[in-house]
Every structure is written in C-alpha cells, then in structure tokens.
Ligand binder design. Structure first.
Ligand SMILES: [Ca+2]
Length: 460
C-alpha cells in the first residue's frame, strides 16, 4: 500500500497538466417555457395589431435537456396569442454547438436569438453589430428588483446591455448521502477536517448498513475534473482546479492575475489532504481510471457517499438512488470560506452564457417581449412545471401534479436558480436543502474587477 501511495503525488502532479473540467453551465441552461398568467397577460385582441413574424431561437441542448417539446409547445402557443410570434427552436447538441454557431456566422445566417458563451465570438458580434442591445428589456420595470449590475453586467458595453442573462448561477456543491450520515450518527461536515472524518466513516463503518465493506466515502475523476470545490477549501479562489488554466485567478487585493501553483504553502495543504485520504484508504483507489459518468454511477448505486453536482442535477439522481433505498437523502455541504475570504463554491452569474438578439430578429420590440417572457417568471414556471390545468393544478392553493409524466419532466431547480424572487410550487427537500446550504454565499459573491468596457452603469 505504501508503495502505491508514493505514486499518488506524482500522479496528482502529473494531472496538473491534464485536467479537463466538466462544463460549468447547468444542464438546464437551454431553458425556456411559458404559460399565460399574471399581470403581464395581454388580451388576445392585441395580436390583431401585429403582423406575423418568425423568431428563430438557437439553443444548446437536446429534447431531453430542454424539457421536451411540451415546453416549447406551451411557449409557442403563448407568444403566438400575445404577439403573433411564430417561435421556432433550433436545438443543437452541446458537443457540436460551437461548431454550428461558427458555421452559421460564417454564412451570415443568424438566428433571431442565440444562446452563447464564447467571449471572443460575442465580442466580435457586438463590435460588428450582429448582436443588438437588449437594454430595453433589461431596464424594464419587472427587473427593477433584480441586481442588474450583478446579473447583467457581463455584456454591458458602451451604455448598452447586450446579453440577456436568466439565472443567478447555481453553484456546484459537495453533496453527501444524508441517510448515511444519519446511520453513522454524524453531522453535515463544515470544514475539510470534518469532511475527511465523514469520508473515513463512510468507507470504514458500513454506512449503508448492509453488513458488507462495499463503500468508499469519496471517489472522483481521474482527470480531477469536478474536484475544484475540494481544492478551493485550501486555496485562495473558488472552484479552482490546479490543472485547469494553470489555476489562474484574479487577486482582488492588487488586481493581478496569479496562479495557485505559486501558492506553495496552500497547495501543500491541499495536496496533503488528498494524499492523506489516499494513504488511509478512504479515497477510492480506482479513481485514477474513472471518468465523470463512472463517478456518478458509483454515487447513485450506493458505492460512494460524496459527489459534486449542481443543485439542478440532484433530484433526478436522488430518485435513482431511492429506487433501491427509499429513505435515501442527499444533503449539500455548506460553503467553506477560503483563505482569501471567498468560498469554495462559485457563484458568478455573469460568467454564464446569455441570450443574444441578432440584427436579423424580425422585430426588435417584440424580441424584448419574447426575452422577458421566455426567461422571466412565466417562462420559468412553465419550464419548471408546465401549464396549470394540464400538468398541474393549484386548486384550493394546494399544488398537485395532474399526471406522472409531467412530474418526471419537471425541472423545479430552474425556479431556485433564477435571480427573480420565485417560490417553488412543489417544495423538494433535496433542492431546498442545497439552496439553504449556499444561502450563506450571498454575502460572499465574488466580484471580479471589471475591465473598463464592462464598468457598471451609473444607474442602479
Ligand atoms: Ca456496506
């Protein structure tokens, strides 16, 4: 064992050059939806004032991640009724998305609305006036309670907002099997030392109480992807992975870019923590060969007790675990304050991909309404739950699913990841728990120094 263990430090060091982090964008990022209701509903007669137009909306995703044609169907009906808009989605798989966008730009074949995140392409599109400002949508009264300087600042330039952001950024948290903690009579850990104790107990003390030594507290990807939340417990920036971009971060004290690789004392602490897990046999030694999907498979099949995932991805995995363990629970570890005063979880909304309107949108004014609808309160509830009276009912104030398919398709995490003040219609403990665990982050949100062109507007 000792010999094997010596190789772990070189292994970690070697990994420093190869980690590939999984995409930060939430799987639900290609969102949308909509259903009529609320004060912004307009009389159908309004439609008569509009000539029909077609909006092509290009989003990343598949029918699965999108939440189904049903979501698009609700939206399409609503925007047709209100603004005489024919809504056409082009959903492109994430693996070919950038390629497809590049091809479209090369052919000057622009969708009306594009979901995108590549900063260089976006900047070029703004400079060449392919993207048009969406300032009027962002500045509309329904966003007065939203911190525009935080959530829309990413693409604020020359007095105009260009990107229409729609979510507050749901951080990827370190999650644990809550039922295992109960079996072990342990609390949710709050720091690296307590986390290590939990990982040890989940390895050695039969947390699933099946009488077999068949679990590890922690397993992870061989390329160290999705491990930034662990490293960052020791290092001066959130969600840093040493191998990812050489661990670069901006030191807000002197506004300079630094690399954590130069931070020898803290890097030593982080490496020592990982190494001690390995030495003590409480880190799954198979980790070096594992890929992202393997790590997930181990977590949902009761072979490991700790897993990093964004809030939105938890309910479906919990459901899988509960197929075999009905009383299974997932709890999120609260954020750990790093040596520089931020947290090991990242919540940087303006790093997210945004929706952009292009110069080929058929009617810019209606485009603003479309953006506000698709990615506002109605759109979010429609994607999260569907249509009242079809997918769910609220009779007597009590939420009830009207069919099982609708429940399985639902995506309530969208409600929580919105920067709008929205309530879950159907509270889900695992989501609420993770949300509570990150509430403390509100005061720790990392504000990166803004480049001159991204300086915040003077209006509040
Ligand atoms: Ca066991």
């Amino acid at each position: 064992m000792k010999k094997r263990l010596i190789s772990v430090i070189p292994a970690l060091a070697a990994i420093l050059t190869l980690v590939s982090c999984s995409p930060a964008a939430p799987s639900s990022s290609a969102s949308p939806a909509g259903q009529p209701s609320g004060s912004s509903q307009q009389p159908p007669a309004e439609q008569a004032n509009y000539q029909p137009v077609t909006f092509h909306v290009m989003i990343r995703g598949t029918a699965d991640t999108f939440g189904v044609p049903r979501t698009a169907e609700i939206q399409a009906k609503t925007v047709k009724d209100r603004w005489n808009i024919d809504l056409k989605y082009e959903m492109v798989d994430k693996n070919t998305y950038n390629e497809k966008v590049t091809a479209k730009f090369a052919a000057a074949d622009f969708p009306s609305i594009l979901y995108y995140g590549d900063a260089k392409v976006i900047q070029n599109a703004i400079d060449s006036k392919v993207f048009v400002p969406v300032t009027k949508a962002v500045m509309s009264p329904e966003y007065d309670n939203v911190d525009r300087q935080l959530y829309f600042i990413r693409w604020y330039q020359n007095g105009e907002y260009y990107g229409f952001n729609y979510h507050s950024g749901a951080p990827e948290t370190i999650n644990l099997r809550g039922d295992w903690l109960k079996n072990l009579n342990m609390e949710v850990p709050k720091n690296p030392e307590e986390l290590k104790e939990v990982i040890a107990a989940m390895t050695n003390n039969d947390p699933d109480q099946n009488g077999k030594n068949d679990t590890y507290g922690l397993t992870m990807q061989g390329d160290l992807g999705m491990t930034g939340q662990f490293w960052s417990m020791f290092l001066p920036a959130p969600r840093i992975i040493p191998t990812k971009g050489a661990g670069l971060y901006i030191d807000s004290k002197d506004n300079t870019v630094k690399t954590i690789l130069d931070d020898v004392p803290n890097m030593e602490k982080a490496l020592a923590w990982f190494n001690s897990l390995y030495q003590e046999g409480i880190l799954d030694p198979m980790y070096v060969t594992l890929k992202q999907q393997d790590v997930e498979a181990k977590f949902v099949s009761n072979q490991s007790g700790v897993w990093v995932k964004e809030i939105g991805g938890l309910p479906s995995r919990l459901a899988q675990i509960q197929n075999n363990v009905p009383d299974a629970e997932i709890v999120a570890m609260p954020p750990v304050e790093t040596v520089s005063g931020v947290t090991n979880y990242d919540l940087v909304a303006f790093k997210s991909d945004c929706y952009f309107m292009t110069k080929d949108a058929p009617d810019v004014e209606r485009g603003y309404e479309l953006l506000k609808y698709l990615y506002g309160k109605e759109g979010i509830y429609a994607e999260a739950y569907g249509e009242e009276g079809v997918e769910y009912s609220l009779q007597g104030g009590a939420f009830q699913w009207l069919n099982e398919e609708a429940r399985e398709r639902s995506n309530p995490a969208r409600v929580i990841s919105s920067y709008l003040d929205l309530q879950l219609l159907d509270p889900i403990p695992v989501v609420e728990n993770a949300f509570q665990a990150i509430q403390a982050m509100a005061s720790w949100i990392r504000i990166l120094p803004l480049t001159p062109q991204q300086q915040s507007p003077t209006t509040s």
